[in-house]
Design a protein around this ligand. Structure first.
Ligand code: DQA
Length: 145
């Protein structure tokens, strides 16, 4: 089984972008830890990042029928995107929403998520370890199904 790890806008800058908030690990480091964690659960990984909302919609659509689930950090689109929420609903795959930072301890505009009501599980404020937790949760759900 293959899972999709999908990252939204500005996450390509991870490691250099606001390290006090997001830490010093790069997106390549996150990809490596995701591959390691997924392997522990016998899962294959497709790892994607895009700064474009429509590309993220397309990636979610493409996961349907080919992937067992998605670990998704939608970045700032979390707080704005009905299109991404509709895509998550539409693909009928378990989607785990991940945020590196504790969005609830930050600006009020980060407190609302369009994705949370349609996500299967949510991991917030665990740093990049949140991706590991998200993958472990997905693996757990997949063995239950
Ligand atoms: C984020 C939180 C969002 O509010 C922000 O826009 C991001 C990253 C996180 O992982 O903490 O780009 O999703």
């Amino acid at each position: 089984q293959t899972i999709l790890i999908l990252n939204g806008p500005n996450l390509n800058l991870l490691g250099t972008r606001e390290p006090a908030v997001y830490g010093h690990e790069t997106l390549a480091d996150v990809e490596a830890l995701c591959r390691e964690e997924a392997a522990r659960h016998g899962l294959e990984v497709e790892f994607l990042q895009s700064n474009h909302e429509g590309t993220l919609v397309d990636a979610l659509h493409a996961a349907r029928g080919t992937h067992a689930g998605v670990v998704f950090n939608p970045g700032a689109y979390t707080h704005t995107s009905i299109a991404l929420a509709d895509a998550v609903s539409g693909i009928e795959l378990p989607v785990i929403e991940v945020h590196i930072s504790n969005v609830h301890a930050r600006e009020a505009f980060r407190h609302h998520s369009f994705i949370s009501p349609v996500a299967r599980s949510i991991v917030i404020g665990a740093g990049t370890n949140g991706y590991r937790l998200g993958i472990a949760q997905l693996a757990h759900l997949l063995t239950e199904e």
